[in-house]
Design a protein around this ligand. Structure first.
Ligand code: PMV
Length: 339
């Protein structure tokens, strides 16, 4: 410990998972997760991560336990990347013990890494005595997992791709508060652990694997503008067009990759068809799919029950989680027994 160590303390944060309305799938810098295009998301109210950080002068290195399992070396590299920046900002050389509990099932097409890194950035900043603004916290979270940048502001958020090589202009901010458009969010959980992580999938596709990569990125740039417009009008018809189109374009570019990145299962397609039929029947809803088989449905409150019941009956849908749009990362009370 250096003589001028800042005041260190245990701190905890909760951060929500988020679902992209227009996706991040392509990096201009893989080391610090700088995206090729901006993206827009909604934060999920009660699905997320609770993370406790305890700086400890006697620790020889950082250690992290996630859902009762010690984090693997690849995960620790990302965690250290965030912690090292925080230590540099605070002037500390002390390592930390960390524990994170997810309320999102890992690797099922729901971004548990997004909430985990957003909670980590916020709790660690507090633990090392830093008072950081939203954009800087978002940038720190981004360096752990790109989509984590959007879990920091929460609500309806936009992650600006930025242009700078150091990533100073690549952070997320809130477009609208959670209650601006009080949509329900249903998660039709399908399948086990995904086989190819987002990091690996983007690496394979970024290396010239997909013949549609350039078209996909250009589409994202247009879709961000269309999505902003659909949100400003609160038009489900317009939102469905851009959100579904963007997810399908991403999966088309993945499927066309060599080697192919096929995340879907038969139930994924069955849910897509059901949502389109429900909409044709007058339900105000639309779907999106991340890098996994699960399908997320945004729905106006009055139609949530019928949509949830319909999806729950589809073969291969293990569970339909119901939530709504919620706020971003926040400091919560830490409990001694958590570490
Ligand atoms: O941040 P990562 O590495 O977990 O990548 C997230 C990628 C997608 O979930 C597929 C899209 C997105 O924008 O969240």
């Amino acid at each position: 410990m250096s003589p001028s160590e800042p005041s260190l303390r245990r701190a905890a944060a909760f951060a929500p998972s988020n679902i992209a309305l227009t996706k991040y799938w392509g990096k201009r810098d893989a080391r610090i997760n700088l995206p090729l295009a901006s993206s827009i998301s909604v934060a999920l109210a009660d699905l997320g991560s609770y993370t406790v950080v305890q700086p400890q002068p006697d620790l020889p290195e950082d250690v992290m336990v996630v859902d009762d399992q010690e984090l693997d070396p690849a995960g620790m590299v990302k965690v250290r990347r965030v912690l090292d920046q925080i230590r540099e900002l605070s002037g500390s050389s002390v390592y930390a013990g960390l524990r994170s509990v997810n309320t999102v099932p890992a690797a099922r097409g729901l971004a548990s890494s997004a909430s985990a890194f957003a909670a980590l950035a916020m709790a660690a900043a507090q633990a090392y005595g830093l008072a950081l603004d939203g954009p800087l916290l978002s940038r720190l979270a981004r360096s752990g997992s790109g989509s984590a940048s959007r879990s920091v502001p929460g609500g309806f958020a936009i992650w600006h791709a930025g242009h700078r090589a150091d990533g100073a202009d690549s952070f997320a901010e809130q477009l609208y508060a959670p209650d601006y458009w009080p949509l329900k969010v249903l998660v039709a959980r399908i399948g086990g652990r995904k086989k190819i992580s987002s990091t690996e999938g983007m690496r394979l596709q970024g290396g010239g694997g997909s013949p549609y990569q350039a078209a996909w990125i250009e589409q994202c740039q247009r879709d961000v503008e269309s999505c902003k417009e659909a949100l400003s009008l609160k038009s489900m018809r317009r939102l469905a067009e851009v959100v579904e189109g963007n997810a399908l374009a991403m999966h088309a570019s993945m499927i066309a990759n060599r080697p192919p990145l096929i995340y879907w299962q038969p139930a994924t397609l069955a849910v897509i068809e059901a949502v389109q039929q429900l909409r044709a029947d007058g339900c105000e809803c639309c779907f999106t799919i991340d890098a996994g088989a699960s399908v997320v449905v945004l729905v106006e409150p009055q139609d949530a029950r019928i949509v949830a019941e319909t999806l729950a009956q589809i073969e291969g849908v293990e569970e339909v989680l119901q939530t709504h749009i919620g706020p971003g990362a926040r400091i919560v009370e830490s409990r001694e027994e958590d570490l």
